[in-house]
Ligand binder design. Sequence first.
Ligand SMILES: Cc1cc2nc3c(=O)[nH]c(=O)nc-3n(C[C@H](O)[C@H](O)[C@H](O)COP(=O)(O)OP(=O)(O)OC[C@H]3O[C@@H](n4cnc5c(N)ncnc54)[C@H](O)[C@@H]3O)c2cc1C
Length: 478
Amino acid sequence: MLVGALEQKPIRRVGVIGSGVAGLTLAHALQDLVQVEIFDARSELNRKEGAGFQLNGGLASFEANLQRAVAEAGIPLEGIQSRSKAWFGKTENQDYSTLLQLNINELIRQASGEVTDSLLDDKGMARWTAITRGALQEVLRDNLPSTIPIRFNKKLTSISELESGGVLCGFDDGSSSGPFDMVVGCDGIRSATKEYVNTAKIEETKTSLAPSNAIYSGIRIRFAVVDETAEDKQGSGAKLTQYFGDGGYALHGKFGAGKGRPLTSMAVFVYLDENYIGPFQVAKEKKDRVAVSENADWTQTVEQQLESSRSNMLSQLKGFNIPDKDKDLESVIRNADRIYELGSYFHNPFTRWSRILKNGSCVVLCGDAAHAMPPFLGQGSNQAIQSAYCLGNKILEYNQKLGDDKYNITLEKTLAAYREVRWKPTFGILWKALFLGYLETGGGNGIYSKPRDSFFQLMGAVGVAKGVLLGAAVPKIM
Ligand SMILES: Cc1cc2nc3c(=O)[nH]c(=O)nc-3n(C[C@H](O)[C@H](O)[C@H](O)COP(=O)(O)OP(=O)(O)OC[C@H]3O[C@@H](n4cnc5c(N)ncnc54)[C@H](O)[C@@H]3O)c2cc1C
């Protein structure tokens, strides 16, 4: 069918670039109805890569069977507590002040409307789970039909439009695949597909830092991760404890690492780069004028540097004056066998999400490739899952309505509708997460961190913190 100059064709064959959370979820959303092939630059899906997520709106978006499988691989998150150093003098039992204490189940039950509808399951339990990224990826892969292949060692290096119709993807091993009616870039924060969508070409990636349109926020993050011993199995629920320190913030939590497996523990430090004030460089020495890498591949600190990263984290623990009374953080740092160092970057949210080619095929972005956000609200994976379902539904709807004059549906309208549903919530989370990142790390040393702690406590008392948390957690895919 011809609409204007562009032929509207059904989307029968989709090439997905990236087998992370967004790519695998999109394959679930399209399975059986559209032919899907997934390509990833990595050599395999390694269950031990990365740390963990708290899934809420993302979990609620999965269809029932997948939701159950993901929940079984994780552990329910029961509570979030926020502590700072004791402001009113240490007592025998208390060497910290509690800024906020949230019981997740209670919090959701006390809310109403869309919060309870989406985040409480049939048994009245919260859809809120703590899961390692590796375990989530494993469940998503294992539950895909065998008709959907995942091809590894395929780093996308080119996209070309074929005269005969469709799009051909070229990879760094010299091979190519296609033609596809649609290519979806689920290739994360350093997306080659995004470059194509925005510039109509993919250039050789030049540096190990972020793409030129991303700005270093001056906030650094360190993750220490350790798998617990067999005794520490998935029992009851998990708690996340956040600590507001002097010039730094820490988070401790346990995550389900797959059904029946011991849990995985994580200690995270968020702190300001001393050579930056916000995004502005203040280093005097030329050698210090280096932005910390965004580390899109989550490359681990190499073995030779593991010990120095560990001792850096132990000194930071002291330096930040973190009230690690039960030595939870210290124990994870001492035993961690993987440590990741990342710089947090700000990605321009006003770029394009799709490009329709002259021959009627298209290239679209999903997940971090479309809406990369700072990690401080724990929403990156939740939003990636929701965007994947939203895009999947829009594609299926387009195929169904195409050819029926009553709808007058076009690819352009379909892709615009996808962006319209997903841009606003992801943009809203982006700026709140950025603000939170500076708030957590702000305050400086000694008495100067008191205003920050008081502000956070007040936000808790007036319900703003709860509102922000729940507002971000409610799924928005329609
Ligand atoms: C190994 C790894 C571990 C992570 N661990 C954590 C974590 O512990 N906590 C957290 O908050 N976030 C983590 N993240 C980021 C988090 O997964 C995302 O922010 C979020 O889930 C959105 O997912 P996504 O699928 O859009 O992107 P990602 O999960 O980043 O997945 C992108 C995928 O695309 C592939 N890819 C990239 N470029 C190309 C290319 N040119 N050609 C082919 N494939 C390509 C990558 O190999 C990757 O598999 C991790 C990311 C990675 C890659």
